[in-house]
Write a protein that binds this ligand. Structure first.
Ligand code: MN
Length: 248
């Protein structure tokens, strides 16, 4: 069973078609969203019985324009086990909303703590140290999965010390820093992701084919069989879900 722990189904041109294709392929998907206001409409592109689970998000890139949507965050939180895409973005383009991003992410961590803990899919572009500082203050917010981690080696080791997970995508495996993450993270803390539709890749590939190819490359890097790695990733995914299912 292949796992896509970070996929924007609702941002595809034809989300219904993507949903049907992932169900057909039996891909296990976390369907992340980018604001609480979008969640209500996007949740229709999920299917609990078939392992396509919704995640409630507030993307740091949108905090500058959509932070008012956070008023609806608590309303939907009890409908999800996963929260994402959330986090911080310290790149120049989003620097102007930095203080708001911090306040929003703190609020999200607080709400998750009150809710008994969730699995968080976390964006940390140019901000891993700040993200880790906030996570350290809220250890009961849940389990933390760094999505497309691009921090330094030091930041990676700090995140590993805090028992964080990492979801790895195809594009990371074509970069030096991404390959370092893929080599260093213990196998029991690795997940796979597509970040579709934002990842560059061959047009013809389905999401399932893309994840399968990511697992293959990752297995070669780690010197283990793709079958064994696929099983391990599915085990990691299930254990994260079971840790936080039922908490309201
Ligand atoms: Mn994303």
């Amino acid at each position: 069973m292949f796992v896509d722990a970070h996929c924007h189904i609702d941002l595809h041109p034809d989300p219904q078609r993507i949903l049907e294709s992932v169900i057909r392929a039996r891909l296990q998907v976390i369907a992340v969203t980018t604001t609480p206001a979008a969640f209500k409409g996007s949740v229709r592109y999920t299917d609990l019985a078939n392992g396509v689970l919704p995640a409630l998000g507030m993307h740091p890139e949108l905090v500058g324009t959509r932070k008012g949507d956070m008023a609806q965050f608590a309303k939907y939180l009890n409908q999800v086990t996963w929260v994402g895409e959330v986090g911080l973005d310290g790149s120049d383009r989003f620097r102007s909303s930095w203080n708001d991003q911090i306040a929003v992410f703190e609020q999200i961590l607080e709400e998750c703590t009150i809710a008994g803990g969730k699995v968080l899919s976390i964006h940390s572009r140019a901000s891993a140290t700040s993200v880790l500082d906030l996570l350290r203050k809220k250890p009961d917010a849940g389990s933390f999965v760094f999505h497309w981690f691009s921090g330094s080696l030091k930041e990676l080791d700090l995140a590993l010390d805090m028992d964080c997970f990492f979801s790895i995508n195809d594009q990371m495996l074509h970069s030096k820093s991404g390959t370092t993450v893929a080599r260093r993270v213990p196998l029991e803390r690795i997940l796979t992701e597509s970040d579709a539709p934002f990842l560059k890749g061959k047009e013809c590939e389905t999401l399932a084919e893309r994840i399968e190819s990511t697992v293959k490359v990752l297995a070669e890097l780690r010197g283990c069989s793709a079958t064994r790695l696929c099983e391990q990733i599915y085990t990691n995914f299930c254990s994260l879900i079971s840790r936080h299912t039922g908490s309201t």
